[in-house]
Design a protein. Structure first.
Length: 161
């Protein structure tokens, strides 16, 4: 009987871990889709809500807060200190990309969506949340780096400090 209870407990734990892993993967995959749903949202300096407008860090904070329940710092420079640094060839949808747009490192941030494109709240181009190509000369010259906040379920943790 003890063996049966032990086996049942192992089965339950395995099922719980698999459910958590599936949820983690769902979160990672949902980040870029939710970000895309916000394209066209007005830009507003200091904003972090779709209803009233968002700036770049408010946009990223809103996306990660809504989908992953992660509260990020308020500035792109502070956000750049979190997660794991990445090389551009290692970018995956949902990673964060940073740019120097104000003659200041990490002054702009967006969510990478694949195929060298990212979503961000732009004050100068359209005044809305938009998709841009990182290969465009403006962005490629200003690329500052990338970070991964969420890691796949086979890694140690979902959120990297």
């Amino acid at each position: 009987m003890k063996h049966l209870v032990f086996l049942a407990t192992l089965l339950l734990l395995n099922t719980t871990v698999r459910a958590a892993e599936t949820r983690s993967l769902d979160i990672i995959q949902e980040i870029p889709f939710y970000a895309l749903s916000l394209v066209g949202t007005p830009y507003k300096y200091g904003g972090n809500l779709p209803e009233t407008g968002m700036d770049c860090s408010g946009f990223v904070s809103h996306v990660y807060g809504q989908i992953a329940g992660i509260q990020l710092p308020r500035s792109s420079q502070e956000i750049s200190r979190h997660g794991t640094a990445l090389e551009p060839v290692d970018l995956q949808p949902g990673d964060l990309v940073f740019f120097n747009t104000l003659n200041r490192a990490f002054s702009h941030v967006g969510v990478y969506v694949g195929e060298n494109r990212f979503i961000h709240a732009s004050s100068s181009q359209t005044g809305t949340v938009m998709v841009s190509d990182m290969n465009q000369p403006y962005w490629s010259k200003r690329f500052d780096g990338a970070r991964r906040l969420l890691v796949p379920p086979d890694k140690e943790s979902i959120l990297q400090p």
